[in-house]
Design a protein around this ligand. Structure first.
Ligand SMILES: *Cc1c(COP(=O)(O)O)cnc(C)c1O
Ligand SMILES: [Zn+2]
Length: 433
């Protein structure tokens, strides 16, 4: 049983979670979960629900096995954290821990959709169900859609997924998906993730579908935060440094908030992990804003036009709707942790990908390569000492490994539309029953 209140980070009032939270101050800052149990108390389960006391879900979902009808907790995977040998040695680091999110059965890594979005989907869907929400919509660059689609089967829930066609190769599941569970709305060629976000907003506002909430959603942030919690459960203390590639920055905020909870516990250290966050050098708005110590993203920070975004090496990081200036957002997280931002070129990321394959023997997704390249930069620039505790978030990997054991079933669109300005009547007829 998890018990919690929310704190409005604009005015610090405590409020009760009723899903569509609106603080009376009207300032639109993030809400942060304040859990009744201030002690970090993970269980021994090999899934995300081992952190249930620090997830905004009253009771973990129960799943019935199709083969024998037995009930058990939903099979959502979790992060696996281990001390790196090969890669750490190459870098000259003595205390490098890798938080691996994905599929790697030899290490008991069991997130079947291959990225840490698999940590967000289970608590987000549980929280929606517990609050009587019938269906949610999410706009995605691919990885989030995949994670939520897979989880609808585990929890028997309904999602509307909006994505540009360029995300198709990332939209698949390992289980057969029922159209009652997933309605995938695709945007024709020439659209990108930002167009998907725009269309998604219209569908929510004009047809009246609940949004999953993105970085504002406490279940998404605290779900992602379990990656950091897993690190501390393994290491025994708060690491000095945390490396991750970001798009919106939700994962970075989540790691910061996890640090804050662990500091309150008192047994794991009194300093938050220093955030080292990274982006594609061709699209690095947060890098530019932070290097100028600006608490605001300006148009010049975007640098490339929207239609070029799908050509980026790590396309899932190409997000124009950022959680940067908001109360509780990336700017505050970087300020509070004395953070650093890194811009990573395509060549650097590709080399990092090869390097990790050679030293750790696992395939990784492009954003994870960006994070690894940023760690290489940090070592070269002597931003970290060789003996300090470092937690490197490999946000996705093992998809090649997964293909050896599973068939990947592509998500089929129920409807294709031209652009975000499309008439919504047909979408409503196809998707809402
Ligand atoms: C979404 C995603 C990221 C970026 O996450 P943020 O929400 O910006 O923290 C990084 N890596 C992978 C694999 C992702 O799917
Ligand atoms: Zn408020």
């Amino acid at each position: 049983m998890s018990s919690y209140k929310l704190k409005c980070l604009s005015c610090h009032t405590e409020i009760t979670d009723n899903y569509n939270i609106v603080c009376s101050c009207g300032k639109s800052g993030f809400y942060r979960t304040i859990y009744e149990n201030r002690q970090f108390n993970p269980s021994n389960e090999n899934n995300i629900w081992r952190f249930h006391e620090w997830l905004p879900v009253k009771s973990p979902p129960i799943q019935k096995s199709a083969s024998n009808g037995k009930e058990s907790k939903s099979e959502a995977g979790k992060t696996v954290v281990y001390k790196s040998k090969g890669f750490a040695k190459e870098l000259g680091l003595q205390n490098l821990f890798i938080a691996f999110n994905g599929y790697w059965p030899e290490k008991k890594a069991n997130i079947l959709t291959g990225t840490f979005k698999g940590l967000e989907a289970p608590p987000s869907i549980s929280r929606a169900k517990e609050n009587g929400v019938k269906r949610i919509l999410l706009a995605t660059a691919g990885n989030t859609g995949r994670a939520f689609a897979e989880e609808t089967i585990n929890q028997n829930f309904e999602v509307l997924i909006v994505a540009a066609k360029s995300a198709n190769s990332r939209l698949w599941t390992t289980k057969e998906i029922n159209e009652n569970n997933v309605k995938y709305i695709t945007l024709a060629n020439g659209n990108d993730y930002t167009n998907a976000i725009e269309l998604g907003k219209r569908i929510c506002n004009e047809i009246g579908v609940e949004t999953e909430g993105g970085a504002r959603n406490i279940a998404r942030r605290d779900g992602m935060g379990t990656c950091f919690l897993e690190g501390v459960a393994e290491i025994g203390k708060i690491p000095k440094h945390y490396f991750q590639a970001i798009g919106s920055g939700t994962g970075g905020i989540a790691a910061w908030e996890a640090s804050i909870r662990l500091i309150e516990d008192g047994r794991f250290g009194d300093q938050p992990a220093r955030l080292h966050l990274s982006q594609n050098s061709r699209f690095a708005p947060i890098v530019h804003a932070w290097k100028a110590r600006r608490n605001q993203i300006i148009n010049e920070d975007f640098r490339i036009p929207p239609h070029e975004m799908s050509s980026l090496f790590a396309e899932v990081l190409a997000n124009r709707t950022l959680s940067y200036s908001i109360d509780g957002g990336v700017y505050q997280a970087l300020s509070d942790t004395n953070g650093e931002m890194y811009a990573v070129s395509e060549d650097e990321a590709k080399n990092a990908m090869k390097f990790i394959y050679q030293t750790e023997e696992i395939d990784i997704v492009p954003p994870a390569a960006v994070a690894i390249a940023s760690l290489i930069q940090a070592v070269e620039q002597e931003k970290i000492n060789p003996n300090e505790l470092v937690l490197l978030n490999i946000t996705g990997g093992g998809i090649e490994r997964l293909k050896e054991d599973f068939e990947l079933i592509p998500l089929k669109p129920v409807i294709e539309v031209k652009n975000p300005q499309t008439d919504l009547v047909e979408i409503a007829e196809t998707c809402i029953h």
